[in-house]
Write a protein that binds this ligand. Structure first.
Ligand SMILES: [Zn+2]
Length: 89
């Protein structure tokens, strides 16, 4: 969103993002924004993130994919263990 102020274009603080999958615009606070290594990926919804993710993993280097997916799966496994209270017999 931009406003004209004395002939100049002034960016309003409330930034709007554009979904890189479907092109839909969304305001800050909505959607999913991923920033890393100087790259920002913006998704207006989880379904667009899922579409992107499917293609993304197909394009990843196999070695890196294996390494990262094992690490992340292990991370969630640990979290599940922490959540489940130990059973007292
Ligand atoms: Zn989208």
């Amino acid at each position: 969103m931009s406003l004209h102020d004395n002939g100049r274009i002034v960016m309003v603080e409330r930034k709007r993002y554009e979904c890189i999958v479907c092109g839909r615009k969304f305001p800050y606070g909505q959607g999913i924004i991923v920033s890393r290594a100087g790259i920002t990926l913006t998704f207006h919804s989880k379904s667009c993130l899922t579409k992107f993710f499917k293609l993304f993993i197909e394009n990843l280097d196999e070695k890196e994919f294996k390494k990262a997916s094992r690490m992340v799966a292990e991370e969630f496994r640990k979290l599940r263990e922490l959540k489940s209270k130990p059973k007292v017999i």
